[in-house]
Design a binder for this molecule. Structure first.
Ligand code: ADP
Length: 261
């Protein structure tokens, strides 16, 4: 900027400079606080699977290795632990990018019906384990085109359907439906008849690292990041996500998308 000799303009420029710097420092402080809290959560999340892997490897080295059967069993468990670590690190990477606003949304036109079928195919084995039926009404035999980031919506659907299986009951069902909304919008619903979520926890499930059952005693794996990734992705599209649930009866997650011709 040109140097000015006008005192009033100079004072104004100095003031503006000071305010800008103050805002910059404030925003750095917020980022630093976020980073600190995030790192705390991360190390906490990583500890359990790391200790599991360490435990099995130490036991093997202490002699369990000599028994062929035990060796295989422990190595498999250690591998499971490493697998879990990989999932957590991938989720962490995604969530930190989303929260820092580093993830771009790349919209294309695609068929949401086909995407739902693909997600069902991928999760069929997990559903079979609990004898859960994945239902998608035959009336959606025709394509329904939407305008959105296909890869990210696939992740949203995967996380929501996977949750409906993880927290669903044996021999239960997961039902996906699509409805027209006003003004070029559709709403996709994922409904299960599983364990449901108590009212007092409902407002917190989209927070990162929040899990209703913190004990970890349950066999259901997860890091508590899935739903917060889902919410970020939907909101980055400028769309909305809802949840309704009745404890011990089931849950319904739904989100809106923009239709394409
Ligand atoms: P994670 O499944 O890894 O714990 P999420 O962020 O996907 O993390 O979900 C957070 C919590 O919300 C879960 O731990 C679970 O308590 C609850 N939850 C999510 N989906 C469902 C569902 N379909 N039915 C019941 N509870 C659910």
């Amino acid at each position: 900027q040109p140097i000015t000799t006008d005192m009033a303009t100079l004072t104004q420029q100095v003031k503006k400079f000071a305010t800008d710097k103050k805002m910059e420092i404030e925003s750095l402080k917020v980022k630093e606080e976020y980073r600190r809290e995030f790192m705390g959560n991360v190390s906490h999340e990583l500890k359990t699977p790391l200790f599991t892997v360490q435990g099995y490897l130490s036991t093997l080295l202490d002699g369990a290795m000599d028994d062929k059967k035990v060796r295989k069993k422990y190595l498999e468990r250690a591998e499971k632990g490493v697998e879990r670590l990989v999932y957590i690190v991938e989720d962490l990477d995604m969530i930190s990018k989303l929260e820092m606003g580093d993830v771009g949304i790349h919209n294309t036109k695609f068929d949401i019906v086909e995407l739902i079928q693909n997600v069902f195919d991928m999760l069929e084995m997990s559903a079979d384990h609990k004898n859960i039926i994945l239902m998608f009404d035959r009336k959606y035999s025709k394509a329904i085109y939407v305008n959105a980031d296909k890869e990210k919506i696939q992740q949203v659907l995967t996380n929501l359907v996977m949750n409906s299986i993880k927290y669903g009951k044996e021999n239960g069902t997961t039902e996906v439906t699509i409805e027209d909304l006003v003004k070029n919008k559709i709403i996709v619903r994922i409904r299960d008849n599983g364990e449901g979520i108590e009212q007092q926890n409902l407002s917190r499930i989209f927070e990162r690292f929040y899990r209703v059952d913190k004990s970890g005693a349950r066999s259901v794996g997860g890091s508590g990041l899935g739903l917060s990734i889902v919410k970020h992705i939907i909101e980055a599209h400028g769309e909305k996500i809802y949840v309704e649930s009745e404890f011990k009866k089931g849950s319904e997650f739904s989100f809106t998308l923009e239709k394409d011709k």
